[in-house]
Design a protein around this ligand. Sequence first.
Ligand code: DX5
Ligand code: ZN
Length: 226
Amino acid sequence: MSDLRLAKAGTIEIVPSILNADFAHIADEIAEIASAGVGMVHLDVMDGHFVPNITIGPPVIAKLRKCSNLVFDAHLMISEPDRYAQAFIEAGANHITFHIEVPAKHEDLIDSIHDLGATAGICLNPETPVEAIEKIAPLCDMVLVMTVHPGFGGQKFIPEAAKKVTRVREIVGPDIRIQVDGGIDPDTTPTVVSYGADTLVVGNAIFSNPDRVAAINAIRNACPVR
Ligand code: DX5
Ligand code: ZN
């Protein structure tokens, strides 16, 4: 367990996704992004079932927890988040996002994530309509709008998916974070921020640049003044 918390809504947070980082040196990668002043790191968890890729689980997160004071934002792209959420929180995840497309008791899962001391998020895939999360979104601390199909880093931003942020913002108001994930770079950042996103997950645009700090600053500079 870790008592780090998701920052309150109202500020823009750039959240590096380490999916395309050098996995032989993840702790160093996280230290480098921390030196750029970010407060969170996005950990993409894939089970080879909900998405066609496999990444990390609780044991890796538990080891990383010992090396970092960043807020750990775990994006569970897994078929049974209700079965594993507790293990991720015990390993050190501070925020748990799961997908509305999985057949779980969504509201109960939000409650149990909160009871375990973490914040909770619901995610919708590009083809999922906003109506699917209308009831559950106000119970969450953050809503994640996928702007690519989940599974891999470095994919092309889907403009139609990003447009859903506007409607999500109408539903949740100003006090719940809206996160976008997939294809976020200095070109797409102004668009998603203008729609109302305040939490920008960025993978490839940071980790394809040998200078991670400069890449984070490029995203910062692309944010329109609100
Ligand atoms: C995709 C993951 C993303 C991914 C984003 O399934 O959820 O977090 O790492 O990476 P980029 O920024 O490369 O699209
Ligand atoms: Zn993600």
